[in-house]
Every structure is written in structure tokens, then in C-alpha cells.
Design a protein around this ligand. Sequence first.
Ligand SMILES: [Zn+2]
Length: 305
Amino acid sequence: MVGALAALVLALSAAARVDAAGPIPVVTTSTDLKALVEAVGGDRVRAESLAAPLQDPHAIDLKPGQIARLKTAALLVRIGLDHEPWLTRALRAAGEPRLVRGSPHYLDTSTDIPLLQAETPRLRDRGPVHVHSYGNTHYWLDPENARPMTAAILEALARLSPADRPLFAANRQHFLERLDAGLARWLQAMAPYRGTRVVVVHDSWPYFARRFGLVVAASMEATPGVPPSPGALAALPARMREARVALLLAEPYSNESVVRQVAARSGVRPVTLVPSVGADPAAADYLALFEVNIGRLTVALRAPR
Ligand SMILES: [Zn+2]
């Protein structure tokens, strides 16, 4: 009874926050989620990402203005699991009882995703460390996962603004058509390189690698979020040569001097990939993110060694 009453109050407050004329205020934890919300919501949403594209998404310090935005959001969209260890603190600071799991104002897009590495739970260190404890959280980097993610976004937006459901559905359909065309192109571009071995800095790329036929031979961070020990770093170049690794995949916020050092000592070409929408000006939306990454990879793989 109390549960039903609470649900009713939440539903009423949901309706109260969505103005039929104005756009629906949405706060996402990442720019990738923002891009997917915009793909479905179009002009009917005004989305903002808490993490900036060039920040390590697992280590964000929010400004007071962003906490204030959480208070006025009709919908919070997050990656979930332990991807955003900073969000708990931010939600506590915002003090918004609406922004909780099960509320129409809260969407965790991991719910419908078949997770990788979920079978190897890790023990958490104390403190806000991102360690993929419940499975790998970088699932948006497989474009196929945009299907369940946009389906969940469509349901959440339509719950807040039922009259707009046909518009949201049409927007999503248009997005999926462009996604299908992109996927066919990207798979074709990567087909000659199936089985290419790569080493990554942070374990951000298992979904991407599985989709496009790369083999992740090792992560520089043996424990995600924890920099490698000097001993492990010293041993890595020889291991990379033995394993015939072709590329070292870094991110814009990776430790540049460590990447340069390992690349020089192993003779393996470093490539900086774009892990999130907006981290490179050309990766302006979700589809462009893959366009840029596939472009960088094929250029590096085609180049003479
Ligand atoms: Zn991670």
C-alpha cells in the first residue's frame, strides 16, 4: 500500500516536471548517453552530461551547478554498475528522493545488456575506485548495444511524455536505420583485420573488440582503474613482441609518457581511440564516434610497419 502510494506520488511528480510545451530536462552521466537521448528525444529533450567527454568517466568532480541541474532533471540516465562511483555522492548532495532506482525519473541502461566479464567479479578496494566489479561497464562501445539502450530510453521518455511516444519511436527508427548502415560499413572496413591483437591501457574496449574482430591480448592496468606497477610495465614490451601485438590502444586521458615509453620499447604502434562522444571534435554524435574510431584503426593497420 505504501509502495503503491509512493509510486503514485512519483508518477504525479513526474508529470509535474514535464511541461507539454517545453523540452524534457534530462541529465545523463556521459556524453554517449546524452547523444542517444537526443537521437530518440530530438527537440523534445534538453539533455546535459555530467561528465565532460575528455574526463576519465570514472573520476568526476561535480560542480555545484551540476548538482542543481540534477534537482531539476525529469530524468537521470546512467551507465550503471560501478561505472560512476562518484554519482552516489552527487545524488546525496542533490538530496532528490525521485532519483532512485525504480522511479520513472531514473534509468540505468545496463539492465538489458548482456555484460562481458560478469563472471569474474573483483573485490572492491575501499574508496571510489572503478574496477568493473560486476562486469565490464564500457558496453556502449558495441554499436549493437545502442538497440537495447535506445529502447530503454524510448520507454523512459514516453512514460514522462506519453503524447510524444510516436515521435520518439519514429526518431529511434530513423537512428537505427543509420546505425545499420554504419555497422555494415564498419564491419566491412575491419574485415581484413580480424584477429588482430591489441593491448589496451584501460579495459574499455572488450565490447568494441568483440564486434569488430580484434583480440585484446592484455590491459596495461591489470586491475581496471589502478595504474600498473613499474615491474609489470617493464615486462610488458617483451610480452607484446612475443604475442605479436599490432596496436597499443590508448585514450585521450591515458598517461601519455607511459604510452609513449611502452610503444617505443615494444615497437608497437600506439593509437588513441575516442571512448566517448565529443572527445574528438569529429566524434560529434554516437554514429560519428564509430566512424572516427574505425577510421583511426584502419589507417594504423594499413600503414607499413
Ligand atoms: Zn572502465
